[in-house]
Every structure is written in C-alpha cells, then in structure tokens.
Ligand binder design. Sequence first.
Ligand SMILES: Nc1ncnc2c1ncn2[C@@H]1O[C@H](COP(=O)(O)OP(=O)(O)OP(=O)(O)O)[C@@H](O)[C@H]1O
Length: 232
Amino acid sequence: MILEITDLKKVYGDKTVVNISELKINVGETIGLVGNNGAGKTTLFRMLLDLIRPDHGQVFSKGIDVASSDKWKDYTASYLDEGFLIDYLTAEEYFMFVGSLHNFTSVQVTDYLSQYEEFFNGEILNKGKYIRDFSKGNQNKIGIAAALMQKPELLVLDEPFANLDPTTQIRLKTLVKSLKKESAITTLISSHDLNHVTEVCDRIILLEKGLIIKDFNKDENTLKELEEYFSE
Ligand SMILES: Nc1ncnc2c1ncn2[C@@H]1O[C@H](COP(=O)(O)OP(=O)(O)OP(=O)(O)O)[C@@H](O)[C@H]1O
C-alpha cells in the first residue's frame, strides 16, 4: 500500500468539502477520481500533497503521515495547476531548474526532454517564450513533463486532460499507459472526461460532496455506469 487515508475531513465555513473515513491505494494502481464541480477532488489532492492541512484525520504515504515528514516528496510528483510553474522562466529554464533539484546536468535535462518531442508537438521548446505566455494546455504539458523528471513512484495529476487539444489528449493517455507498463508507478488522475479516465485507469473513485460514493475496479461496463450515474 502506498497511500492510506483515515477519517480525513476538510471544512470550509459550514461545509465539509472532503469527508473520507478510509481509503487505501495500492502500489501500481492507476486511479481515476471523478466527480462534479465542487465534489472535493482538488481539495483531496491538496491534502495528499500536504498543500493544505485537513481539519481532521491523516494521510499516510508508505506509512508516514505526510504532514509530519518530507520523505514522501522523494518519490511523489504532481501537477495540479499552473501554480506549480514559475511564470517568469522560459520552458527550458524551468526544466533546467527542476532538473537541478534532481541533480540532472543540463545535458541530462536536454536528453530527458527529447522523449517528449511528440507530446510537446513543437510548441514548447525553443520558443523563447515565458511560461506565463503559454496557453493553459501548453502549461499543462510543461508541468506534466517536469513532474515526471524525477521518475516518481506516485504521480498526482489534477484534470490533466483539460485544455489539451485532442491530439495531445491521446498522447497523454499513451504516456500514462506506458508509465504503467514500464514501472510500478501509482497514478491518481482527476478528470471530468469519463472516456479518458475509464480508458487509462484501472480503479475509479467517485466523489460527491466530499464523500466517496463509489470505488470500484474498472470493467467493460464502467463507462456506461458512470454515464448513467452522471446523467441522473
Ligand atoms: N480555499 C477555500 N475556501 C473556501 N472554500 C473552498 C476553498 N477551496 C475549495 N473550496 C470549496 O470546496 C469545495 C470543493 O472544491 P474542490 O476544488 O476541491 O472541488 P473539485 O471537485 O476539484 O471541483 P472542480 O471539478 O470544479 O475542480 C467547493 O465547494 C469549493 O468552493
């Protein structure tokens, strides 16, 4: 087990926006977190990453409370939003910066980026453009590629398909599937796109008003079931 959540609650005003009594995530699972706007997906991710503190309960990563130690940061990578980027750097400068945090030389960073040529679709590198001037979709691509630089054991992506063009959405699905095949990576992906999550994930967690309504392994009926659930 890589993650365990116990009695986790986050309250804003008089609203409990996350309320999860127990959740266990095993090594190697690819988990799709689905739920309507305001369901609590981002808040949950932020608590998993100790970006906000719960009002109650704990998140354990490999048995250690994420709020009490930084150890989990060595094997955890995430991209939630553009707040993870550095606006005033170019894409290359940002990759060099992230690379330096993981002891990459500049040659290693350049080498690493070559595998993302197709994913970047000629829009990211050698543009002389600051990150703040990229579209949201292209910022997404930068954030995801940077997150993967450390070869994480645990990857958390918040709505990674949003703002991506159809070609890149397909490339991202291929990327997630290949990560799964090549390593024992555990991936958590939130998405409003039921097609994409059911395609790449092997377990689906449905959140509504902060509560886990459904938690099940994917099978051939999953997409239909989710569509029915959300059309009610
Ligand atoms: N800092 C905050 N202060 C007050 N309320 C907040 C704060 N952050 C989130 N909320 C509220 O908590 C609830 C859950 O929000 P959250 O962003 O986690 O949902 P979500 O499932 O990620 O939604 P979306 O699909 O729209 O991204 C919402 O009602 C939101 O308004």
